[in-house]
Design a protein around this ligand. Structure first.
Ligand code: PLP
Length: 372
């Protein structure tokens, strides 16, 4: 096969925007322009002044409304993304021992983070093979259960449930802003904003129950918590519409713009219906394809927001994605560590279904050209 072969996809097949990555994902060009239009009045100003605090306030109120948070629930923000939240949770939310329902890279990483916390007992890890998710269950002797709503590495939608007094911690990173959830089912629903919410990275946001807030405050008083990892400190700052240390203002801006857009366009149910339509298209396309098949076999585990597609061995998925990249369609390579001949397509609500349809037509075009 000629590695230098260059394929030009006809313009009328191309999507309106070539970004299909699962994170970072599309930031809306309108929001970028609106940020540019603020000129000297927003970027480069203090995050402890009303100009920026009002944006944080809109984010907090917007998320409370979007998720219909019950009284006493709070929206808490901190710097460092979901990865920092794992370490923060190990200090501020897990009392002695946690249970982790792991089914891929991200859910496993939180388990590993808890395993490295010197003050905690060895976590219990309940695993399921990639492409599925473990059934939630009560785990004796644990005070927190860690679930993932959507495993971004494998494209799996997972379940979570409360069984008793344990705190239910849910990684909603590639689900937040796209899949509706009932707040009574979690104590902390946390996420980074550069996935389904189409913002930039570097921030974590947690929707927290009164029980989670109480736990963070109690642990703060009874153990040495590094300040940066202190959720009690993050709560205090969030109540003032601030973060403990300096956040990226662009991230706040894009997040706030996206939350406003969701609010004015039907909220989570409408967003979810876009993701469902786009992902359904991908699964049907892959099932009908001569060279592709959905990686996630069981329907109930198929993610509405991240679709993983196995490609026949005769065709290198990496070559397909290389040709697409040359045509401006980027970031649909499979998750590196999963190591499969696979494509991974974000079907976040920020990506119109028409673009996803154009994408699969472009994949067909490229495969037709390289494997006649
Ligand atoms: C991307 C991702 C993370 C890590 O987010 P960072 O912002 O890089 O820390 C954690 N969990 C899930 C489910 C993700 O998709």
């Amino acid at each position: 096969m000629n590695e230098q072969l260059s394929i030009s996809i006809p313009g009328d097949l191309l999507p309106s925007d070539g970004r299909f990555g699962s994170g970072p994902s599309r930031v809306a060009p309108d929001a970028v322009r609106a940020l540019a239009d603020t000129g000297t009045s927003f970027l480069g100003t203090s995050h402890r002044r009303p100009t920026v605090q009002s944006v944080v306030g809109r984010i907090r109120e917007g998320l409370s409304a979007l998720y219909d948070l019950p009284d006493g629930y709070e929206v808490v923000l901190g710097v460092g993304g979901a990865t920092a939240f794992w370490d923060a949770a190990a200090f501020s939310l897990i009392e002695k021992r946690s249970a982790h329902f792991a089914c891929g890279e991200f859910s496993s990483k939180f388990a590993a983070a808890a395993g490295r916390a010197p003050h905690l007992d060895e976590p219990v890890i309940i695993e399921a093979p990639p492409g599925s998710a473990p059934e939630p269950r009560a785990v004796e002797g644990t005070d927190a259960s860690a679930f993932i709503h959507n495993e971004t590495s494998t494209g799996v939608l997972a379940g979570f449930r409360r069984f008793g007094e344990e705190l239910v911690l849910v990684d909603g990173t590639s689900a937040a802003g796209a899949i509706a959830v009932d707040a009574s089912e979690f104590d902390a629903y946390y996420f980074s904003p550069q996935k389904a919410l189409g913002s930039e990275g570097g921030l974590w946001i947690a929707l927290m129950s009164p029980e989670a807030t109480e736990r963070a405050e109690r642990l703060e008083a009874t153990r040495r918590v590094p300040r940066f990892l202190s959720i009690a400190t993050a709560i205090d700052n969030s109540r003032l519409h601030q973060t403990y240390n300096t956040p990226a203002l662009a991230t706040l801006w894009f997040l706030s713009a996206r939350i406003d857009a969701l609010a004015s366009d039907g909220g989570l149910p409408t967003a979810q219906s876009v993701s469902e339509a786009s992902s359904r298209h991908c699964y049907l396309w892959a099932e009908a394809s001569a060279f592709a098949a959905p990686f996630v076999a069981e329907d109930r585990f198929r993610s509405p927001t991240v679709v993983t597609v196995d490609i026949d061995d005769e065709i290198a998925a990496s070559e397909v994605s290389r040709h697409l990249r040359e045509n401006g369609i980027v970031d649909i390579d499979g998750y590196r560590k999963l190591g499969r001949n696979q494509l991974r397509i974000a079907t976040f609500p920020t990506i119109p279904t028409a673009d996803v349809e154009a994408l699969t037509a472009c994949i067909d075009f490229v495969v037709g050209a390289i494997a006649p």
